[in-house]
Design a protein around this ligand. Structure first.
Ligand code: GLY
Ligand code: MN
Ligand code: MN
Length: 430
């Protein structure tokens, strides 16, 4: 791993919180992700399943975590099953976790090799009535492949048909949404790496650079700072491409007078950061660009201040919509008649701002969290309003990641990343 070791207290606490919510006489199983093939003998770089990582810190394929809090044998209350490491594997792939390293990483004392799984699992399944299986119920999930976890769940239900099945997902959605201080420090590090990338970009951009040159500059800074790279496919969208919300081609020339929308975040230790900035190719905004920019920035500030304990995500979006509407009136993009005639199901402002303002952020960029439940302290949300104007060939979005506090406004993890239009201009013209 490129990242510094994570304090295993995080994983010990996460398991304690998960176990506390399990029914009596139950166990829970979590699997690593597969390594996904590309073709011939090549594969995509491994990305650990976020749940087994959250509960163990194990960042290695073919691993299984079992939690059985009231197991009669105390040794079997937490078990890791790992690929047996040996000299052959060490020579070809580098050493995998041995039992001592697995303990240091996870705080789990009982570590078996994978070949012992079925035998040990059979024994502990005779000692419980319910098994928690892990399915992905994220509101945006759209998965066509069968994951390793899915295959395991099918195997388990066939092999042990008399056990009751319970869902891990709601427990994980609630736990993962509220961040521990160790996690907040890691997310802060991801944001700090993103900041370094952005400052590099401000010095680099000039008319004629290609969008992929900018992507490369970010990657240079990310890799030099122990990040694996982008937390999500980056958007480097100059000119009218900013109005294509999921533009990821990043293959055009940045032209004088245009803006570039940069939705780019570094990952660090499997945690995301998620930033958007919009900058002028020539280093100066036009008056019109600046007016829209400042409107988006005001919306962002007002929206951020609404992220307090108790806020309901859907109500928040209605309130943000009102602020966006008033800014669009001020910019002359909507008039009173547009508002009077608007369809309440799709208010007039959505012509210029058609996506959500905030999502949970953490181990996944669009992280777990149950959106119908009130916001709580230590949840991390993005705040990312935009105004997209294809008729004027530019679009502006600004996005920061913030932590909800017990009282007062959220803490901005991106407070050091230049945001004000004047600061962007002065850094670009240094
Ligand atoms: N970069 C993905 C998002 O902003 O939601
Ligand atoms: Mn983003
Ligand atoms: Mn986002």
């Amino acid at each position: 791993m490129k990242y510094h070791p994570i304090n295993s207290d995080l994983f010990i606490q996460n398991r304690a919180h998960f176990s506390a919510q399990m029914k009596p006489s139950s166990l829970a199983v979590f699997n690593s992700n597969d390594i996904y093939p590309i073709g011939a003998d090549s594969a995509l770089p491994f990305q650990q399943d976020r749940n087994i990582f959250y509960l163990s810190g194990v960042d290695q394929e073919s691993s299984i975590l079992v939690l059985f809090p009231d197991c009669p044998n105390p040794k079997h209350r937490e078990i890791l099953f790992l690929t047996e490491t040996n000299e052959h594997i060490a020579v070809w792939e580098g050493a995998k976790l041995d039992k001592d390293a697995a303990f240091k990483t996870s705080g789990i004392k009982t570590v078996y090799w994978l070949q012992d799984f079925e035998r040990v699992f059979k024994e502990i399944m005779t000692q419980c009535n319910t098994v928690y299986i892990n399915t992905n119920e994220h509101y945006r999930a759209h998965v066509e492949t069968e994951t390793r976890e899915d295959r395991f769940n099918s195997w388990l239900r066939k092999k042990y048909p008399a056990h009751s099945v319970a869902k891990s997902n709601p427990i994980l959605q609630r736990l993962r949404a509220v961040k521990n201080q160790i996690e907040l420090d890691i997310i802060q590090e991801a944001c700090n790496i993103t900041e370094k990338g952005f400052r590099r970009i401000l010095e680099f951009v000039k008319p004629g650079v290609m969008e992929y040159n900018i992507e490369a500059e970010f990657m240079h800074e990310f890799l030099n700072n122990r990040s694996k790279g982008f937390a999500y496919t980056p958007i480097v969208a100059s000119g009218n491409s900013a109005n294509v919300l999921h533009y990821i081609e990043n293959n055009k020339e940045c032209k004088a007078g245009d803006l570039i929308l940069l939705d780019v975040g570094a990952e660090y230790a499997n945690y995301s950061s998620d930033m958007t900035r919009t900058i002028p190719v020539s280093g100066r905004f036009t008056d019109r660009q600046k007016a829209v920019y400042n409107a988006v920035n005001r919306i962002k500030t007002a929206a951020t201040n609404m992220l307090v304990p108790g806020t309901i995500w859907a109500d928040y979006h209605v309130e943000v919509g009102k602020i966006v509407t008033s800014e669009l009136l001020g910019l002359g993009l909507l008039d009173k008649a547009d508002i009077q005639n608007e369809n309440p199901e799709w208010p007039a402002y959505k012509k210029y701002f058609m996506h959500g303002t905030s999502h949970h952020m953490g181990l996944d960029t669009h992280d777990y969290g149950i959106l119908t439940e009130p916001m709580k302290a230590n949840m991390v949300f993005t705040v990312e309003p935009g105004i997209y104007i294809p008729d004027e060939k530019f679009g502006i979005r600004l996005e920061d990641d913030v932590v909800i506090q017990d009282t007062g406004s959220p803490f901005n993890l991106m407070r050091n990343i230049p945001l004000e239009a004047d600061e962007i201009e002065s850094l670009m013209n240094k």
